[in-house]
Design a protein around this ligand. Structure first.
Ligand SMILES: NC(=O)c1ccc[n+]([C@@H]2O[C@H](COP(=O)([O-])OP(=O)(O)OC[C@H]3O[C@@H](n4cnc5c(N)ncnc54)[C@H](OP(=O)(O)O)[C@@H]3O)[C@@H](O)[C@H]2O)c1
Length: 343
């Protein structure tokens, strides 16, 4: 192993058209201790959180911030406390918001948020999946409290997924369908509408029209669950109107202004947040559940029950390629996932 490794980082927030917005850098090679694995990365994916973090950085730093919250790679070294993996294992993971990310030749990651990569997916197909799968799984089966094994009960229930064709929505529609729910998913263009129907949606509604009219136009008065994946403030009034009494709603997005939860009281509606990084950021007692979720998802990919949401593969994990991927995601029309392979 060389003493320096190649990574891609930024020192201050700049428009993505600026060549310094993401730069190729050299960093000291890390070593695995404790629960950490040292992973040699073969493919990564790019998520909106990468763009939000780059754009939201307020200070200039001396050390580059290395983004990247999805990876597939091979374990090179394990820390002394590691029990789940050994050198040579092919793994996939989303990683932690508080650590150096996957825009790098090598990465340290806690074994408790890692699983063996699905055997039947290629590296780019698998790299597309960890962050969005963890988000969708935790939102549906933890925060909304849907029991994935209770197909009989779930088949009586409906869910509206707002932004069904994006990275998270493309997995959420599949998982909700697998759990037995009747899935209304939103998409606005012919290709994104087609995509959601191919990824588990029963019905498609247009989020650029009034979602109340769209859902009721399909003969459905209220839905039992709503999963909001685009803009909570923008869709809040529609959600309040569409949710059924005793229903549950979950959002993964930020708000531009506070939402008024009192309007949910009469219907006795539960509102929950999902943040995929909570468990690793706060080192919660259930951190190992991210290993378990990714392992269960790998089995579903291998069984053909879940399909990868990989839509586009770029080649060469370099600053130039990453600037291109950031620019595409910033445009806000991504379907599925953009992956970058090492070669
Ligand atoms: N809390 C967490 O843990 C967590 C995890 C992952 C992501 N996120 C956040 O969740 C959001 C979604 O992430 P993602 O990766 O799924 O996004 P994405 O892939 O970038 O989403 C792109 C999609 O957004 C749709 N869209 C555009 N305008 C919309 C609108 N007004 N209403 C509904 N959908 C609209 C587009 O559909 P059309 O082209 O058909 O209009 C497009 O397919 C981002 O804000 C991200 O930062 C949070």
């Amino acid at each position: 192993m060389s003493e320096k490794i190649h990574a891609i980082g930024f020192y201050k927030s700049l428009p993505i058209s600026d060549p310094h917005s993401l730069e190729d850098v050299q960093l000291p090679a890390p070593a695995a201790t404790g629960h950490d694995l040292l992973v040699k990365i073969s493919a990564i994916s790019v998520n909106p959180v990468d763009i939000a973090t780059r754009k939201g950085a307020t200070d200039q730093t001396d050390q580059p911030r290395i983004l990247g919250f999805d990876a597939v790679g091979t374990v090179l070294q394990v820390g002394k406390a590691v029990t789940l993996f050994q050198p040579g294992d092919k793994v996939y993971y989303a990683g932690s918001y508080s650590r150096s990310g996957s825009y790098s030749e090598l990465q340290l990651v806690d074994e408790r948020i890692v699983a063996l990569a699905p055997h039947k997916l290629t590296d780019p197909e698998a790299a597309a999946m960890p962050l969005t799968t963890l988000t969708a799984w935790e939102a549906l089966f933890e925060q909304l409290g849907i029991d994935p094994d209770d197909n009989t009960n779930n088949s009586q229930k409906s869910i509206l997924i707002i932004n069904g064709a994006g990275g998270v929505g493309s997995v959420a529609t599949q998982l909700a369908h697998w759990a037995g729910l009747h899935v209304y998913a939103s998409a606005s263009r012919n290709e994104s509408k087609k995509w959601v129907l191919e990824h588990g949606a029963d019905e498609v509604v247009d989020h650029h029209h009034d979602l109340v009219d769209e859902v009721r136009g399909l003969g459905k008065q209220n839905v039992d669950y709503i999963l909001e994946l685009n803009n909570l403030t923008g869709h809040w009034d529609e959600m309040v109107e569409l949710i059924a009494p005793n229903g549950k709603m979950c959002s993964i997005t930020s708000t531009q202004k506070p939402v008024d939860l009192t309007v949910l009281k009469r219907k006795r509606v539960t509102f929950a947040w999902e943040w995929m990084f909570t468990k690793s950021f706060y080192q919660t007692d259930d951190i190992l559940s991210q290993h378990e979720i990714l392992a269960k998802a790998a089995a579903l990919f291998d069984a053909g029950i879940l399909q990868t949401t990989l839509q586009q593969t770029l080649h060469g994990i370099t600053a130039a390629t990453l600037r291109k991927a950031h620019a595409q995601i910033e445009a806000g029309h991504t379907i599925g996932k953009i992956v970058i392979t090492k070669n």
